[in-house]
Design a protein around this ligand. Structure first.
Ligand code: F0G
Length: 481
């Protein structure tokens, strides 16, 4: 909940109390240098013991509620017909309104099944923006992902509330150009992750659905960040100020043919599912579920996770839960803006995003500015962030680099996990880094996997800039910081 202090400033107030804690480690800068060098300047290869605040992702790193933990204790471990599954199905029916449910082990497993069943070689899949795993699965099935956002979506500094909107004219043009029978489906991603967690408006969703229906195309909704999406509609869209999160979700779902999500974000538990009211689509996907995931009543999740998800789905409709990450992201961005650090605005869901091309204006994309900045943030603070730029794109079929539209360094804010002082500390260290940005150099690959290279790729710092940055840091903060 955002509360106004007597000096007029707004702060995010935690509407929960913390009863279980986990130790953090703040290792000295020399230790951090060794860790990032050994990890090939890739923050994915760091270990928890070397990380202070883990802002790699908000995925599977959120704090569960007492009720979620309690539910895990009563899980029914039947292979088939588990009562836990029926509790999940009831929650999905009550909150999202879908009859048919296919649980999967995580979001990309849902994408795999959708690609397997609906994407044919030569198809195109229009969407408001891609996500890494989505693009990988749809393209491995022979499809081509078409991103049809409005040009302003790529302006990192903006006051546009709905940068995640689809460009309706471009959508019509795509249908005209390829023909509806070449379009597997249209995909709308709630709070578009790689644009910096930017929502679409309900009006836009309604229009996309209208155009899709007129052309016999069905709509797939990636709801991994659905609670943040509903929260932003309530905050930003005219006419929805007084609607509840549940009412907004219910209205969004009216336009959805197939829904899927990664449960690791909004529902705060590892897992995922596909849901629909269309029996035909359900029957088309169902035979593949036991092949790739597991039987219909667990689908690759443990029954404990299913129980926790059944509770998480109901809890994500609570206004204070839905906004818990977004409000901290806003607070974080505002501190960085005060320091004149370039961040994505308006602040989105899931993370505060640094604009690496503005932070490091002289660095070419071929030297991976967002990856270099992620490594530099770790060196200066012990905070682990994630590259969301060109390293997160794979090369094309001919081996050429595909430069990302925008180069972002994502500082994720997992729900209900970190405190304001940890955010203030991180903002302070990023401010120091910004003042010393001339010390940050580029990266080059030394080991490059062929697909989703950002996970396991190894890079090195050009001209050994990491060591020079750490020397400057120690001069200002001392050897033990
Ligand atoms: N869709 C969206 C919008 C996502 O953000 C993610 C994952 C997925 C699908 C895939 O789900 O990880 O459960 O298989 N996002 C994570 C992230 C990885 O860090 O943003 P998954």
């Amino acid at each position: 909940m955002l509360v106004k202090l007597s000096n007029g400033k707004e702060i995010p107030m935690e509407m929960h109390k913390v009863r279980i804690v986990q130790k953090c480690f703040l290792v000295p800068a020399d230790h951090r240098l060794k860790a990032i060098e050994e990890g090939g300047y890739n923050t994915f290869s760091l270990r928890t013991r070397d990380i202070f605040m883990d802002s790699l992702t908000d995925s599977g790193t959120n704090a569960m509620s007492d009720n979620q933990l309690a539910a895990m204790m009563v899980a029914d471990d039947a292979y088939a017909g588990s009562e836990s599954f029926y509790k999940l199905a009831d929650s999905i029916k009550d909150v999202l309104g879908f009859e048919y449910v296919l649980p999967v082990h995580q979001g990309r497993a849902a994408e795999h099944l959708l690609a397997k069943v609906f994407v044919k070689p030569g198809d195109v899949i229009p969407m408001n923006y891609h996500f890494t795993t989505t693009k990988a699965h749809f393209e491995m099935a022979g499809g081509t992902v078409l991103e049809i956002y409005r040009d302003l979506a790529l302006q990192t500094e903006s006051s546009e509330p709905f940068k995640g909107n689809m460009d309706l004219q471009k959508f019509r043009d795509v249908i005209k150009k390829y023909g509806a029978n070449k379009i597997s489906f249209v995909r709308m991603e709630a709070t578009a992750n790689l644009l910096g967690g930017q929502p679409f408006s309900l009006e836009n969703l309604r229009e996309v659905k209208k155009i899709a229906s007129e052309n016999g195309i069905f709509l797939v909704y990636d709801g991994s960040l659905i609670s943040e999406q509903a929260y932003f509609i309530k905050q930003r869209e005219k006419g929805y100020e007084n609607k509840s999160i549940q009412e907004i979700m219910t209205e969004m779902m009216k336009y959805v043919d197939i829904f899927y999500l990664s449960g690791r974000k909004s529902t705060m538990v590892r897992g995922g599912f596909i849901a629909t009211n269309n029996k035909k689509y359900f029957e088309m996907i169902k035979p593949w579920l036991p092949v790739y995931e597991g039987f219909l009543t667990y689908g690759g999740m443990s029954t404990k996770e299913i129980e926790a998800m059944a509770v998480g789905i109901r809890e994500m409709t609570d206004f204070n839960v839905a906004g818990s990450s977004a409000e901290f992201v806003k607070f974080f961005c505002e501190r960085l803006i005060e320091y004149k650090v370039p961040v994505v605005t308006p602040p989105g869901g899931l993370a505060c995003h640094l604009d690496a091309m503005k932070f490091l204006p002289n660095m070419p994309q071929s030297q991976y500015p967002a990856g270099a900045l992620a490594a530099a943030v770790y060196l200066a603070s012990g905070v682990r962030t994630m590259e969301r730029g060109t390293i997160s794109m794979d090369r094309d079929k001919d081996g050429n680099e595909v430069y990302s539209d925008i180069e972002l360094t994502r500082i994720a804010v997992p729900r209900r996990v970190y405190t304001m002082s940890q955010i203030l500390y991180t903002a302070d260290r990023i401010n120091w880094l910004h003042q010393h940005r001339d010390l940050i150099g580029g990266l080059k690959f030394v080991e490059e996997p062929p697909v989703l290279r950002f996970f396991f790729g190894k890079l090195e710092a050009l001209n050994n800039w990491g060591a020079k940055l750490v020397e400057a840091f120690k001069k200002d903060f001392g050897p033990n910081c």
